[in-house]
Design a binder for this molecule. Structure first.
Ligand code: NAD
Length: 381
């Protein structure tokens, strides 16, 4: 196989990021050759624009000569479509979050293992050059043992995605919850990678928009305690009014890392490490990394993520972001929701007991009742 032939499943917003990533820098290792979407108009537009063969059924696409699928569907469809693709012998790259429940994650892992196909969740935050740099600095002990941190993702969304009950985004049944599931999962994937296993969480959920009861929170704050003792806050919002942005701040026994995706050079470090480029002050590491404020960092990360998966297929290697790690990020989403429901701290051990009974879906039930209705005290106009 000279290159990987991908079939895209779901021609919505996310398809844009993946296709645009390769527009100016085509990659000989992969091609998006085919597509399927239940929405005929979206399918036809995508196929015409990107010269892909359109299929009007999932079966048709799965029985074509593609090597792999890129699943860009509402979250509740990630598990059934991954299973169908694996059974058809196709490698599976599927957008985040892996699924809405841990039971679904287990089914996806079992189906892809049984079929012997490669499987990775397209978690772009694991492939951002800025995050790879931070991982490298942490591993090389530039900030020592991490004891404190804070992270933020503000991804303002079309209010209609909250207000219209018929749009799948942010619904409990099709989205697996609100912004904590949709955006928090990016943060949890990154933090677990940098810090290790979560011990417990305390979470508050809020609605700044007067959205219908089938829609989850549009704002969330999660305080995480890691098994190492590190205490990290995660703030996620889809209503804060500014261009999409992510930030991270990590404090350790040898220094501090600051990251802000709106900066041209997104990473700054202050470190007492012997190899630090400057002593006693913040500096941006000299090593050039590819970055640009939104939307550039999205396409950059999609490029590296899709390329990595294609290389794993071509070279028969294991994806560096494993399905088990992706499942663990979903576990932190559910842990946060469990805490919101309890109105107090929830521990990972409590979540594991629910998971053992295969009942993590129950955590999503009744969440709306515990979500603060902040819009009652607000004026949007
Ligand atoms: N990594 C990121 O930063 C990022 C950004 C945006 C979206 N995403 C993820 O990408 C995925 C898709 O999100 P989106 O924003 O593109 O959603 P979207 O609603 O814009 O697109 C989803 C597409 O799926 C199609 N679809 C729905 N049901 C279908 C079915 N049964 N069979 C075939 N097609 C069906 C819809 O017609 C639509 O075109 C989600 O997992 C989301 O979280 C990730």
């Amino acid at each position: 196989m000279d290159f990987v032939k991908f079939g895209i499943i779901g021609c919505g917003i996310a398809s844009m990021y993946h296709v645009l990533a390769f527009k100016n820098v085509p990659n000989p290792k992969l091609k998006f050759v085919a597509a399927y979407d239940v929405n005929e108009k979206a399918l036809t537009n995508f196929a015409k624009k990107h010269k892909a063969t359109p299929y009007n059924s999932l079966e048709g696409l799965l029985h074509s000569d593609i090597d792999a699928v890129l699943i860009l569907l509402p979250h509740y469809l990630h598990a059934p479509v991954t299973k169908a693709a694996a059974e058809a012998g196709k490698h599976v790259l599927c957008e985040k979050p892996m699924a809405c429940t841990l039971e679904e994650c287990d089914e996806m892992i079992a189906a892809t293992k049984k079929a012997g196909v490669k499987f990775m969740i397209a978690e772009n935050h694991r492939f951002l050059p800025a995050h790879k740099l931070i991982k490298d600095l942490v591993e090389r002990d530039f900030i020592g043992d991490i004891f404190l941190g804070r992270t933020y993702e503000g991804a303002y969304d079309d209010p209609n995605n909250f207000l219209d009950p018929n749009i799948w985004h942010f619904t409990y049944d099709k989205g697996g919850g609100g912004v904590v599931a949709d955006q928090g999962v990016h943060k949890f994937s990154l933090l677990n990678w940098l810090i290790g296993e979560v011990d417990s969480a305390q979470c508050w959920l809020g609605k700044a928009f007067d959205s219908p009861p089938n829609k989850g929170e549009d704002n969330g704050i999660i305080l995480l305690r890691y098994k190492s003792g590190a205490m990290i806050d995660v703030v996620v919002t889809s209503t804060a009014i500014h261009p999409l942005n992510n930030t991270l701040e990590l404090h350790g026994t040898k220094g501090t890392i600051l990251e802000d995706h709106s900066w041209e050079k997104p990473v700054k470090i202050l470190s007492s490490h012997k190899d630090a480029e400057k002593k006693g002050e913040f500096y941006s590491p000299l090593k050039e990394i590819e970055h640009g404020p939104y939307p550039k960092y999205y396409t950059i990360s999609a490029y590296y993520e899709d390329t990595h998966f294609a290389e794993c297929i071509l070279n028969d290697t294991t994806p560096e972001f494993t399905p088990e790690q992706a499942k663990e990020a979903v576990a932190v989403v559910l842990l946060a929701y469990l805490s919101a429901k309890k109105g107090t701290i929830a521990t990972i051990d409590e979540l594991r007991i629910i998971a053992k009974k295969r009942e993590t879906k129950s955590i999503l039930e009744g969440l709306e009742k515990v979500t603060q209705k902040n819009y009652k005290n607000m004026r949007w106009r």
